[in-house]
Ligand binder design. Structure first.
Ligand code: FES
Length: 170
């Protein structure tokens, strides 16, 4: 038997054909899974955007004129503080410590948020002043409408640090 005849016989081998058929099946399945993996986040991000629009209601918290610069207003039911910074900007800062989730308290004397659990400290704009926390306090979308500070309580925004673009001015 020549080598050519052996090759033809091997190609016609039914078990070999079954093997290749299965192999193509697995490749097609893997491609399908990959495609689904790419398209599901795309579809769900569209849904999230839609949901954000639906839940984007702002709640009136406090008249802006009631908060002099450098002051903090605790809004207990929303678990946040409305902060009026010295430069005139407003921020809605989450009460939840970014270390392990305890509730930070405003210390009027020190002008800092202090976490009672492991003593992380945050400035009035939520920036970390003292570890173990490594990330600024979350903020909520805020706007001032008709002289009233309004906050969207639907979802806090995570941030690494404070920057001026996060402020809202009256
Ligand atoms: S939970 Fe706030 S410092 Fe640890």
């Amino acid at each position: 038997m020549t080598k050519k005849t052996t090759d033809i016989k091997q190609a016609d081998n039914p078990s070999r054909r079954r093997f290749f058929k299965k192999l193509w099946g697995w490749i097609a399945l893997a491609a399908g899974v990959e495609l689904a993996g790419l398209s599901i986040p795309f579809i769900s991000s569209g849904r999230k955007k839609q949901k954000k629009k639906e839940t984007g209601t702002f709640t009136g918290i406090v008249p802006a004129s009631d908060l002099p610069p450098g002051s903090v207003f605790p809004y207990q039911s929303g678990r946040l503080y409305v902060c009026h910074l010295n430069d005139g900007g407003f921020l809605a800062v989450s009460i939840t410590c970014t270390h392990l989730g305890c509730s930070v308290e405003w210390n009027e004397k020190k002008k800092e948020f202090i976490c009672p659990c492991h003593h992380s400290m945050f400035s009035i704009n939520g920036e970390v002043e003292n570890p173990p926390a490594t990330r600024a306090l979350d903020i909520y979308p805020l706007k001032i409408e008709g002289g009233m500070v309004k906050v969207n309580l639907s979802k806090p925004i995570e941030r690494k640090h404070f920057n001026k673009s996060q402020e809202t001015h009256a």
